[in-house]
Design a protein around this ligand. Structure first.
Ligand code: RAM
Length: 911
């Protein structure tokens, strides 16, 4: 039978997708490969694939997976580890490996073949994964490092990078395979025979090192030489050696563990493991380095050949065996950061004699790579800033105590090229001093760093302002991914604040495949949980901020729910269920009074204040009461717990949470709903929208409560946003759900204060921390915070473009395509790569018609809401749509609802 399918394979770990994704197809049209195959130390990795076909209505009927110990066996269709046979199922994501027990280091090769209602596919191209080191006894290596007299561990700490090396001999037999397992804290860079291993930067991923320490694995077979070899490692401080003392958590000075396993063709094994025989120095070119202050690099101290053999290391010291970091040493499942993009600067000016200001044209996160020529000892200083002052000099007040500066000392004579290794900056402008003459633009390149992940979404509309805001969001979101989602990338903070990412994470998940990152962050949150159940506001807890509230720690549940909805992955919910329950119970027992959650801490953080210089409003009429935030969130989260308990197999808990949430709703309505006026508490938009969106408002009051939201927004705030971080998470969808997409659109496109457009018109190329970020106190006005995006991106994809899960569906198994063709927009193009494949909704208004291109991936179906005029569909149009493959279901307001099987379709109706 002719094969009409292309299959892409994904391998995922029990908690998080990992390993290698092989994009394969029968006719090999796509050969995209995800690099950086991770090591895995979970006994049952999960396997996923994607079915691609040009044929419509393709549904998987069964699958057949083979997992083999060698490629040869796999090619012979010999699944010696696992042969599922034909399994009748439409499941194509997260199939748990169920074959023979997998021990450390086993390399597994796998492929899949699917039967569909339209025929059978060929076997996919093989993909593979490799097991990590599953048992502590697999490690022969020990942790090494040492303290140096130059380490300064008070105040702004100053600790130079450590260089470690180990020469070793291999015999002349052919090497079959060589694997390096390594973890260097805070950061490592590693080399074999002078060549850098891997393209990761700022690795490994940051954790609470007293709880968990992540190692990386590399296949280094191609790097080894017969005879003499050398391995070299540089260690930076990262989050392991404190950037500030006291204030930011300090673990220890840098240390590392590395194990290089070499297998010869004849089966002999040789292990080169970190131990006291390694040599160490702190006299290399990278001096002090940290994320807040920057890096100092003295090229005169370079040690050519230090990571090769031979090299004279007689002046180096002996490494010492040091204490363990404390946390469990385990495979890193989320991907490392790397240079993901580059930016060419757009201008350079001389703000004062010898002081040059480089403009990158974009507030970006990463560093500057430069080419420079000068004399030995010339000292160049690079200071990074997001903004300029009126006189053209850089504005650094909003960096607080972060120096955010790099220093480069030239070795002289030839062209030198450099970028830092163990720091990063959030910046648009760089002040350059110490140059002998005006440098030219072509000497510089901005390197953008964040966690390796695919950009999965695309959104473009006929409105340039929405496009610009979207672009700002895109830059802000990716710039704040660094193994955790940070609040900001520039000042002396850069922490994983939970509240900032609650609903935002869902919007982000349309743009990026952030599955691994957020699954990892949930682990960080769990590790940060206190013995008594309290969940802190920051994770990993480099800052110990634990204030007990529902809105920040609530992100723990909201993000687990997001991973289920957006990626169809319920494992995070199951894994974290006990900790989540413990937290909910802790909050209830401690702070619930008569079914009202009395405790809150941050309020509706960063709402637009009454006067431009304020950070926080003091006007009681703008402030949403603590217990209103606490109780609405408690109710919403209890309902998530009902869902989670059912998924995790605790029906009694589900019932308990459901009953309790009913009592909370009742108490809340009797205390805060003003029945005669139809609003909650003091009638803030936030109080009303949370109650409405979370389903607390009695049916009879929904309309009037919504009317109050609209009135407040239009009359008191002239069609502008009046909420902070909490209310904004529900606002845009709430307005659309109740029929006021026009008002949501107005809020989205406003250019006057407060609005995202106001930020744009005031020069923002990312999203600000404050609506009034250009006028408020610099103590808290990061120009690159994403928290105020709220549900804007979810709304843009889910409502303007119209791509969401159909009710009851997760992971876009059944898609809802329901665009809102609001006045003012002529077209919206949205696409998003779900776990099943590309979902597309491109619509435009043309000559009174609504023209719509949609794509529904194989093995999914869609509920398609076709907008029509006058609440009815023209019979001819209906016939055409049915002819295209749609099944007419019903009319729903101004939509004709059809169901469609997989495929691409072009629809047209008169508006
Ligand atoms: C600020 C952070 C963050 C916010 C907390 C409450 O310092 O930048 O965005 O969540 O405060």
């Amino acid at each position: 039978m002719k094969n009409i399918f292309f299959i892409c394979l994904f391998l995922s770990m029990s908690l998080a997708v990992s390993g290698k994704k092989a994009q394969v197809s029968i006719s090999c049209l796509k050969t995209e490969m995800l690099v950086n195959p991770q090591n895995i130390d979970c006994p049952s990795p999960r396997l996923s694939w994607e079915i691609l076909s040009d044929v419509r209505d393709v549904r998987q009927v069964s699958y057949h997976i083979l997992v083999s110990t060698s490629l040869e066996k796999l090619n012979r269709e010999e699944g010696d580890l696992w042969d599922t046979g034909d399994v009748a199922s439409d499941q194509s994501a997260y199939i748990s490996y169920g074959g023979d027990m997998l021990d450390s280091r086993i390399q597994c090769y796998w492929k899949v073949r699917v039967k569909t209602n339209k025929g059978i596919s060929a076997w996919s191209e093989p993909a593979s994964w490799e097991m990590g080191l599953l048992h502590p006894s697999d490690w022969q290596a020990v942790w090494i490092g040492r303290a140096f007299p130059q380490d300064k561990l008070e105040g702004n700490t100053r600790v130079p990078a450590r260089y470690l090396r180990k020469p070793f001999n291999l015999n002349s037999k052919k090497v079959r395979k060589a694997t390096l397992y390594i973890c260097g804290l805070g950061f490592y860079e590693t080399y074999i025979n002078g060549k850098k291993i891997g393209d990761q930067v700022l690795a490994p991923t940051p954790t609470d090192y007293s709880k968990s320490v992540k190692y990386n694995r590399f296949d280094v077979t191609g790097q080894l030489l017969k005879g003499a070899n050398a391995i070299g490692v540089i260690l930076g401080n990262g989050r392991y050696t404190s950037m500030r003392m006291p204030g930011v958590r300090h673990f220890d000075v840098p240390k590392m563990i590395a194990q290089l396993e070499v297998y010869y063709e004849d089966g002999e094994k040789r292990v080169i493991a970190s131990d006291a025989s390694w040599k160490i120095t702190a006299e290399g070119p990278i001096g002090t380095n940290n994320e807040f202050d920057g890096e100092e690099y003295d090229a005169r101290k370079e040690m050519p050949g230090w990571n090769t053999y031979p090299f004279d290391d007689t002046k180096w010291l002996q490494a010492e065996v040091v204490s363990l970091p404390g946390g469990k040493l385990e495979a890193q499942l989320n991907r490392n950061m790397k240079v993901m993009d580059t930016v060419k600067p757009i201008g350079i000016t001389e703000s004062a004699p010898g002081v040059y200001i480089l403009d990158m044209g974009q507030n970006m996160v990463g560093w500057l790579r430069m080419k420079v020529k000068g004399q030995s000892g010339d000292t160049l200083k690079l200071r990074f800033a997001e903004l300029l002052q009126k006189d053209g000099s850089i504005y650094t007040a909003n960096l607080r105590t972060a120096h955010s500066a790099d220093t480069y000392i030239l070795k002289g004579n030839s062209m030198e090229e450099w970028q830092p290794t163990f720091t990063y900056h959030g910046f648009r402008f760089v002040e350059l001093t110490g140059f002998r003459e005006k440098p030219s633009l072509s000497d510089f390149e901005g390197q953008v760093i964040y966690d390796e992940m695919e950009t999965t979404g695309n959104l473009e509309t006929s409105d340039p302002m929405i496009n610009r805001i979207y672009k700002n969001a895109y830059w802000g979101i990716r710039g704040n991914y660094r193994g955790m989602p940070t609040d900001c990338p520039q000042r002396d903070e850069r922490m994983g604040w939970l509240g900032d990412r609650a609903v935002g994470s869902q919007g982000e998940s349309y743009i990026f495949n952030n599955h691994l990152l957020y699954a990892k962050w949930l682990d960080d949150i769990e590790q940060a949980q206190k013995e008594n159940g309290a969940v802190p506001d920051v994770a990993p807890n480099y800052w110990d901020v634990c204030t007990d509230n529902m809105t920040w720690p609530g992100a723990y549940l909201i993000i687990a729910n997001m991973l289920y909805d957006q990626f169809g992955d319920k494992q995070p919910i199951i894994k974290h269920y006990p900790s989540m329950k413990k937290w909910m119970r802790y909050m209830k027992d401690k702070y619930m009074v008569d079914h009202i959650m009395t405790k809150d801490n941050f309020g509706d953080w960063c709402m637009p204040p009454e006067s431009p210089e304020l950070i926080h409003s003091k006007d009681p009429s703008r402030i949403t009461e603590a217990a209103v935030l606490g109780t609405t969130f408690y109710y919403y989260l209890s309902n998530l717990m009902v869902r989670f308990a059912a998924l995790a197999g605790y029906p009694q808990d589900a019932e308990d949470f459901r009953k309790e949430s009913e009592l909370v709703k009742e108490a809340f309505n009797s205390k805060y709903l003003h029945t005669e006026l139809g609003y909650y508490s003091n009638n803030t938009v936030t109080a009303n929208i949370l109650s409405l969106r979370f389903g607390m408002v009695p049916e009879a009051y929904k309309e009037v409560v919504f009317r109050n939201i609209v009135e407040k927004t239009t009359k008191d705030f002239n069609g502008h946003v009046s909420t902070g971080l909490v209310g904004i998470q529900q606002l845009m969808r709430g307005l659309s759900d109740y029929g006021r997409t026009d008002l949501a659109y107005r809020i989205a496109t406003n250019r006057t204060y407060p609005s995202w457009g106001y930020m744009v018109d005031n020069g923002a190329t990312t999203i600000w921390e404050l609506w009034n970020g250009n006028t408020a106190d610099p103590a808290m006005n990061s120009a690159n915070h994403v928290m105020l995006l709220g549900d804007l991106i979810v709304w843009a994809y889910g409502y303007l473009g119209g791509i969401s899960n159909a009710p009851g569906s997760v992971g876009f198994k059944q898609i809802q395509l329901k665009p809102y063709p609001v006045d003012g927009l002529d077209f919206v193009n949205t696409s998003f790569h779900s776990i099943y494949g590309e979902v597309r909704s491109h619509w435009k208004k043309e000559d009174g018609s609504f023209c719509w291109d949609i794509s529904v991936p194989c093995n999914t179906s869609a509920l398609v809401y076709v907008p029509v005029a006058d609440k009815s569909i023209d019979p001819k149009e209906k016939k055409r749509i049915v002819g295209e493959g749609g099944t007419f279901l019903r009319m729903e307001g101004s939509y004709a609802v059809f169901s469609f099987p997989s495929g691409s379709y072009q629809l047209k109706t008169r508006l």
